[in-house]
Structure formats: C-alpha cells, structure tokens
Write a protein that binds this ligand. Structure first.
Ligand code: HEC
Ligand code: HEC
Length: 277
C-alpha cells in the first residue's frame, strides 16, 4: 500500500516536543508524494522503539501480540494510536500522522498479530464461505438473531461483534470457531462453568472504598494491571494503595439472559452466534 508521506519524521525523542509545538499538525498539509514510505517503515520509525520491531514488546512498551492485545479491534487500535495514553507512556500520533497513515498503522498492527485484512487468515474466508452457504431462511434467522443480540438479549451492552457493542466483555467475533452449538449455548446459560483464564475477573477495593471488577494481568508482588474498558487500555495499581485484591470465582455475565426470550428468539440468537467464526 502506498502511503503519502508528508514530512520527515522526527526522531522518537522529539515527538513530545513536536506535539507541544504543533509542528506536526502544520506540516501535514504539505504533501510530499515524491517520498512515499511504507507503513512498515512508519512502524519501524515510530512504534518499534517501544513495542519492538515486530510488535513483540520492549522495555518501553508492551508486546502487541498478547492474547489481550489481539482482542482489541481495528477501531480501538486506531483510537489508541490517534489519542495515545500519555499518562501511561503511549504517545498520541494525532499530530504526527494523517488519519490514513494512522489507519494503515492500525492495519499493520493487525497484520503483525496475524489477523490483518490483506493476509486474511483462513477463519475469515471460512466464515464467509459458511455464511454464503446459508439458505435464505437460515440467513433470515441469522439476521433476526443479530437483532436479538443487540436488543432483546442485551448481549451488546457488554460484548462487541465486529466493532459494534460494549467493551467490558470479550469481543465475540470468532467465538464459535471450533465450537458446537451445545458449547455455545452452554457458555451463555452457564457462564461461570468455564471462564478462560484471561477473562477471570479481579476485584480490587481502593482505600476510599471504590470497587473495580475487571480483567487483570501482570500481577506482581507490589503492583498489578487492571483493564480499563472505558479507555480500552491497562492501568497499573500499587497494592499499597488498595484495601484488597481477589479473583472472583463467578462470571460477571448474568446467567439468566435467555429467560426473557421466546423459543424462536433463542434459536435465532444461536444461529447468529454460530456464524461468528
Ligand atoms: C514511547 C513509547 C511508545 C511508542 C513510541 C508507542 N507506544 Fe504504543 N504503547 C506504549 C505503552 C507504554 C503502552 C501501554 C499503555 C497502557 O499500559 O495502557 C502502549 C500501548 C499500545 C497499544 C495497546 C496495547 C494493549 O495491549 O492494550 C497499541 C495497540 C499500541 N501501543 C500501538 C502503538 C503503535 C502502532 C505505535 C506507533 C505508531 C506506538 N504504539 C508507539 C508505548 C509506546
Ligand atoms: C453484564 C455484561 C454481560 C452481558 C449482558 C453478557 N455478557 Fe457474555 N460475558 C461477559 C463477561 C464479563 C465474560 C467474560 C468471562 C466471564 O466472566 O464469564 C462473558 C463471556 C461470554 C462468552 C464466552 C467468551 C469467551 O471467549 O470465553 C460468551 C460466548 C458470551 N459471554 C456470550 C454472551 C451472549 C450471547 C450474551 C447475550 C445473551 C451475553 N454474553 C451477555 C459479560 C456479559
């Protein structure tokens, strides 16, 4: 892909200054199509210093290839690159790159994670094929099921599917891959039976009594990181600042979500979920 490169990228250490001075923004208007740079080159210049040459992590930035990072969708990655997380050491690239360049960088991250659009992995094609093979009646049921997912069953209050929906629960884009209908149903009616390790909920209580329940990672003797769904990033907490830390034995997902649905709605919902491969 050809990216129009608009100004010579400053060395990493200068980003902060450029952003403060607003220099990057001013330069964006001066197109220099004679010097196109590949997205890979942009990544090497601007991201690799912290995230490693292949996104595998470094002392300044986390690996972008972790299972958690792979649950970030394209939109979220875009937003992270655009706005950064300055308080956590991730700079904003809003004034450094054009929107197209940021989109291309997000696509590059997905590619490094093995889920880029260009190098689509088998599951995507498989899913498409499977969807194409549905009869009109099955397709209609899937469409109704999608409505149920977003409305009556309230799944999308917590979960997202292909960028739409909530952020406090895992995205379900490929959930049904290698799962039988019975297993998918079981995950809904009995959410606490089997919680993937990375989705186990950690509850922290702060000194002022505030309670947070979210996924955690990198639990160390003095610190731990808790997922922040609002910003879709991880926040570090010092255990000394907390009253208590514990892993919840049960799921945060309510067990009775299917109860208010009609039999037909349940069927449609299941048919929809089975297309998520
Ligand atoms: C100065 C170091 C630094 C640079 C440069 C940097 N990042 Fe980051 N990045 C971080 C840190 C630190 C975090 C973790 C923030 C947190 O803990 O929430 C992060 C988080 C991320 C995340 C979210 C990962 C996750 O698991 O939540 C993505 C995606 C990301 N960076 C992509 C990029 C891309 C693409 C670039 C280049 C355009 C880039 N970063 C440049 C330091 C950096
Ligand atoms: C109140 C928030 C909430 C709602 C509403 C909700 N879920 Fe969940 N769900 C979660 C959380 C959190 C998890 C992560 C693991 C756990 O705690 O069980 C989860 C896990 C899952 C999983 C397993 C995902 C995996 O990768 O292991 C499936 C499938 C699922 N939910 C489907 C649904 C469906 C379908 C609906 C609507 C009928 C729904 N959820 C409604 C919060 C919710």
């Amino acid at each position: 892909m050809l990216i129009r490169f608009r100004h010579r990228t400053a060395p990493l250490a200068l980003f902060g200054l450029l952003i403060l001075a607003g220099v990057g923004a001013g330069d964006l208007s001066k197109a220099a199509p004679s010097k196109p740079k590949s997205t890979k080159a942009l990544f090497t210049e601007s991201c690799a210093g912290c995230h490693g040459p292949r996104g595998n992590g470094g002392s300044m930035g986390p690996s972008l290839l972790t299972p958690r990072a792979k649950t970030l969708n394209r939109q979220s990655i875009n937003r992270i690159i655009y706005s950064g997380r300055p308080d956590l050491g991730m700079p904003a690239f809003e004034f450094t790159y054009s929107r197209d360049q940021i989109k291309a960088l997000a696509a590059h991250v997905l590619k490094l994670q093995g889920r880029g659009a260009g190098k689509a992995k088998r599951p995507i094609k498989k899913g498409k094929k499977r969807r194409a093979a549905l009869s009109p009646a099955e397709q209609a049921s899937v469409n109704r099921g999608r409505q149920v997912f977003f409305n009556e069953a309230r799944c999308a209050e917590c979960h997202s599917v292909f960028n739409y929906g909530g952020r406090t629960a895992p995205q379900l884009n490929r959930f049904a891959k290698r799962k039988t209908r019975a297993q998918v149903l079981e995950a809904i009616v009995n959410p606490s039976a089997k919680i993937a390790l990375r989705y186990q909920t950690t509850e922290i209580v702060m000194l002022d009594g505030t309670v947070l329940q979210q996924w955690s990672r990198n639990i160390q003797p003095k610190t731990l990181e808790l997922y922040n769904p609002e910003h879709e990033l991880w926040t570090t907490y010092f255990k000394a600042d907390l009253k208590s830390v514990r892993t919840l034995p049960e799921s945060r997902m309510p067990a009775n979500l299917l109860d208010p649905l009609t039999e037909a709605q349940r069927e449609d919902l299941l048919n929809f979920l089975m297309t998520l491969k």
